[in-house]
Design a protein around this ligand. Structure first.
Ligand code: AMP
Length: 177
């Protein structure tokens, strides 16, 4: 994977959405056709032999690559959304994040015991969002669940919040917070 290409095109917005946050704007990668292809190919290579049947994406930046990866893998796409957006019966989790609190939910019938699930989001900061999403998916009893991010902010040590057996992969690891 061409990490330099991705790093060169990843826009950093200081103090967004609140002072002190260095916001990694993945829309600057999504809008660039070369970056989009690079990420899509890298994800496909990582997960093509893992037997994945569902890719779950976290609203909203997680939807982009989750849906395109699902299509390439011949898997289904499952949305994990903020409270009140999903129309059918759901289960929910509330969590703290780098800025504020949130509740996410998943449709109860989105995943079953025959599924191998990849849960994807754009970025790992403190890990709260993904841990809640991973917990939601696990409650639906899939055969296996794996975790993926485009970007990890290593300095925030988000990996530490996950169980030791969680399988976590990131395309880019950034040293800062
Ligand atoms: P966390 O739960 O702390 O791991 O936060 C991850 C979620 O918040 C992801 O959905 C990210 O899109 C978003 N997020 C948190 N911090 C940042 C950041 N510094 N840059 C971009 N997105 C962020």
């Amino acid at each position: 994977m061409n990490k330099e290409l991705l790093l060169k095109n990843l826009r950093n917005i200081p103090d967004f959405p609140v002072p002190g946050i260095q916001f990694k704007d993945v829309s600057s990668l999504f809008k660039n056709p070369e970056c989009l292809k690079e990420m899509s190919d890298a994800l496909y290579e990582l997960y093509k032999d893992k037997g994945i049947t569902k890719v779950a994406g976290i609203e909203s930046r997680g939807f982009v690559m989750a849906a395109s990866l699902a299509l390439r893998l011949g898997a289904g796409f499952v949305p994990i959304r903020k409270l009140g957006k999903l129309p059918a019966e759901t289960i929910t989790e509330t969590y703290g994040k780098e800025y504020g609190h949130d509740t996410i939910e998943i449709h109860k019938d989105a995943i079953d015991e025959n599924d191998v699930v990849l849960v994807h989001d754009d970025l790992l900061a403190t890990g709260g969002t993904m841990l809640a999403a991973y917990n939601l998916v696990k409650k639906l009893n899939p055969k296996k669940a794996m975790i993926n991010f485009l970007i990890e902010l290593e300095g925030l040590k988000g990996r530490d919040v996950f169980p030791a057996d969680a399988q976590i992969d990131c395309l880019l690891s950034l040293e800062g917070k």
